[in-house]
Design a protein around this ligand. Structure first.
Ligand code: NAP
Length: 258
């Protein structure tokens, strides 16, 4: 069977461990023949991500804290001469306190931090790396339903994801003429390191599995395969969108009585 991403190079930001959504995306991309470049955030993560990169057959594993302009510039420098076909932004952060106390108590600093790491970084990463997409390509990010509905304790991250989805639309509009598509994948809740920071997360998982049309939780591989579709020729007509990979949970108004 032919591979969807043969001959393409993808940079994937946000692999922290094997449970990361970005790791599953990297696995799908590798299966479909893409050449992989991974990034990690700081020395603390270097050895872990280099090891994961080896398992995934990544060609390059590079440092980049997306909040540091000098590290983004160094990333661009390290990629000089590369052609990128896909950019996967799978990054978010908010202070733990802001994901457990009432939303009303969100601090100014906590709000700014969540928006900087989780929304603005899509803009800065796209600005820095899209010039390397000399033959067009696909940029994608990860979002969550908490952007448009109230999910307990998702709080400031819901605001950050709403901004992220708006960024997707503006970037899609500006980069479309260059043949670059920009989309978000709205994944259902998945137990990852980031998700564990959200107070009461396991209750959310149970609730979704009980009432979603597919009666299950989302698997990271399902997200990985949607990302592969978006990065491939098959996704060529899709830009500016939020694609739900959530076992159908979004469409439910009231749970169907069994
Ligand atoms: P994850 O494995 O913890 O991935 C989050 C990644 O963001 C980590 O690699 C983390 O690096 C990185 N990161 C945070 N701050 C950064 C910075 N300043 N610079 C560079 N990287 C930074 O969790 P995940 O669940 O896979 O999250 C990936 C994306 O999916 C996020 O956008 C998340 O909001 C989204 N999402 C998750 C779910 C879910 O239920 N899990 C659902 C929908 C959407 P470090 O570990 O080194 O800090």
């Amino acid at each position: 069977m032919s591979q969807l991403l043969a001959g393409k190079t993808a940079i994937i930001l946000g692999v922290a461990n094997k449970w990361s959504i970005a790791y599953a995306i990297a696995e799908s991309y590798r299966r479909e023949g893409a050449r992989l470049i991974l990034t990690y955030q700081g020395e603390r993560q270097k050895a872990t991500v280099e090891e994961l990169g080896q398992e995934l057959g990544a060609s390059l594993v590079l440092n980049c804290d997306v909040t540091k302009d000098e590290e983004l510039a160094a990333l661009v420098e390290a990629l000089k001469g590369e052609r990128l076909d896909a950019i996967v932004h799978s990054i978010a952060f908010a202070n733990r306190d802001d994901l457990s106390r009432p939303f009303l108590e969100t601090s100014k600093d906590g709000y700014a931090l969540a928006l900087e790491v989780s929304s603005y970084s899509l803009v800065s990463v796209s600005r820095a790396l899209s010039p390397l997409m000399t033959e067009g390509g696909a940029i994608m990010t990860l979002t969550y339903l908490g952007s448009e509905r109230v999910i307990p304790n998702y709080n400031v991250m819901g605001v950050a994801k709403a901004a992220l989805e708006a960024c997707v639309r503006y970037l899609a509009s500006e980069l479309g003429p260059k043949g670059i598509r920009v989309n978000a994948i709205s994944a259902g809740p998945i137990k990852t390191a980031s998700a564990r920071g959200i107070s009461g997360f396991s209750k959310i998982l149970d609730g979704v599995a009980a009432v979603s049309p597919l009666r299950k939780n989302t698997e990271t591989a399902e997200v990985g395969d949607t990302a592969a579709f978006l990065g491939s020729h098959l996704g060529r007509g899709v830009t500016g969108n939020v694609i739900y990979v959530d076992a159908g949970f979004k469409v439910m108004g009231l749970p169907t009585p069994e």
